[in-house]
Design a binder for this molecule. Structure first.
Ligand code: GSH
Length: 105
């Protein structure tokens, strides 16, 4: 099962909303972690495997995906039945760029 590392009231909130909109709340494990906040509160969470401790971060088996755009493309490709992904046959240079955000371990 994919795991999303998420910190409330951060950029990862939009990914949580996407997961809810796609009806995937029982198919993606959402782990709340802490991050350093601009007001000085919070700190890097050792449970978050993101190399820089940031969110959102999606881990699925040996795939490690950072950047919201790449995570959105990954989830909508993985769950096409949600109907929120790109149509089959639509290819763009973005696919090449998104590849930079996915690490296969
Ligand atoms: N470009 C990344 C930005 C990720 C990012 O900077 N996330 C912030 C939260 S809004 C974070 O994790 N900050 C903690 C830190 O920089 O240590 C994305 O859009 O996914």
């Amino acid at each position: 099962m994919p795991t999303l590392y998420h910190a409330p009231n951060s950029r990862s909130t939009g990914i949580v909303q996407l997961i809810e909109e796609m009806g995937l709340t029982d198919q993606v494990d959402i782990v709340s972690v802490t991050i350093p906040r601009q007001d000085g509160s919070g700190s890097r969470d050792p449970r978050n495997p993101h190399p820089e401790g940031k969110v959102p971060y999606l881990v699925n088996e040996s795939d490690y995906i950072r950047e919201r755009g790449a995570i959105i493309a990954y989830l909508t490709d993985m769950f096409p039945e949600s109907g929120l992904g790109r149509s089959v046959g639509i290819r763009s240079g973005a696919n090449t760029c998104l590849g930079c955000s996915i690490t296969r371990g």
